[in-house]
Design a protein around this ligand. Structure first.
Ligand code: FPP
Length: 240
C-alpha cells in the first residue's frame, strides 16, 4: 500500500479540524478579488465534507470566522457574513437530506439577529442527523471559548475542588463531541491561530501548502494516510 493511500484496515480520525487558509492567495493568483477566493472556498466545503463522510469521519470542524476576523476590512467581513447566510439558505435542505448534523462553535453575540436565527434554525433542524457532524467554528476563538466555559462554571456555583478537565470539556462549545484527532491547515502556515485551543491538546497536526479552494478529496485522503502513519503516544512510552 502506497504511503499516501488510506488504509481501510487502520483507524481513521474520528474528528478532523480544518483551518481553511489561502482563499485570498488563490484569488490573487488568478487576478480575482479576494471575495472570489472565499466563494471558491465555500464551495470546496461541500466536496471535502462529502469525502469525509465517505471516510466515516464522525466530525468535521471548519474554521469559518474567528473572533479576530472582525478586524478585516469591513467589505470583506460583510461578504463573509453574506456567504455564510447564503450557504445556510442554499445548502440546508441538501445537508439535512444527507444526514449532516450542523453544530455551531462560537459566540452568537455580535452577529446579526437574522444570521443568529439562521444558525440556530440549522442546528435545531439537523440535531438528530447522524451521518456526520459539520461543526462550524464561526465567531470562534479558542481563548474566548475557555473564558466562556470558566464563566459558566463559576455562574453554576462550582466549588474549586470540583473543577476537572472533564468538567471544562463539558462546558466548551464542543461539549459532547470527541476531541479532534487531527488538525489540518491549508495555505502553508504552521500556526493554530486560536483554533480548538483546548481540544487540540493531543491532535496530530498536518500542514499543506495547498490553498483551501484547491484542497480536494485526494488531498484529504493523503492527510488521513499521514495520520494513519503517525505514532500517537499521549505522553506515554511506546509498547516494546
Ligand atoms: C482564510 O483565507 C479564510 C477565511 C478567513 C475564511 C474562510 C471562510 C470560508 C471558506 C467561508 C465559510 C463559509 C461557510 C459556509 C462556513 P484568507 O482570506 O486568510 O486567505 P489568505 O491567507 O490567502 O489571504
Amino acid at each position: 500500500m502506497a504511503a499516501d493511500q488510506v488504509n481501510e484496515e487502520r483507524e481513521t480520525p474520528r474528528h478532523i479540524g480544518i483551518i481553511m487558509d489561502g482563499n485570498g492567495r488563490w484569488a490573487k493568483s488568478r487576478g480575482l478579488p479576494r471575495m472570489a477566493g472565499h466563494r471558491a472556498g465555500t464551495k470546496n466545503i461541500r466536496r471535502v465534507l462529502r469525502e469525509a463522510a465517505d471516510l466515516n469521519i464522525e466530525v468535521l470542524t471548519i474554521y469559518a470566522f474567528s473572533t479576530e476576523n472582525w478586524g478585516r476590512p469591513q467589505a470583506e467581513v460583510s461578504h463573509l457574513m453574506r456567504l455564510i447566510s447564503q450557504s445556510i439558505r442554499n445548502e440546508l435542505d441538501d445537508l439535512d437530506a444527507n444526514g449532516v448534523q450542523i453544530r455551531h462553535s462560537g459566540r452568537l453575540a455580535g452577529v446579526s439577529k437574522y444570521l443568529q436565527k439562521q444558525i440556530q434554525g440549522a442546528v435545531e433542524r439537523t440535531k438528530n442527523n447522524n451521518k456526520i457532524v459539520l461543526n462550524v467554528a464561526f465567531n470562534y476563538g479558542g481563548r474566548a471559548e475557555i473564558v466562556d466555559a470558566i464563566s459558566q462554571i463559576i455562574a453554576e456555583g462550582t466549588k474549586s475542588d470540583e473543577v476537572t478537565e472533564d468538567l471544562v470539556s463539558r462546558h466548551l462549545y464542543t461539549a459532547g463531541l470527541p476531541d479532534p484527532d487531527m488538525i489540518i491547515r491549508t495555505g502553508g502556515e504552521y500556526r493554530l491561530s486560536n483554533f480548538l485551543t483546548w481540544q487540540a491538546a493531543y491532535a496530530e497536526y498536518y500542514a499543506t501548502p495547498t490553498l483551501w479552494p484547491d484542497f480536494d478529496e485526494e488531498e484529504l485522503r493523503a492527510a488521513v494516510a499521514v495520520f494513519q502513519g503517525r505514532d500517537r503516544r499521549y505522553g506515554l512510552v511506546k509498547d516494546s
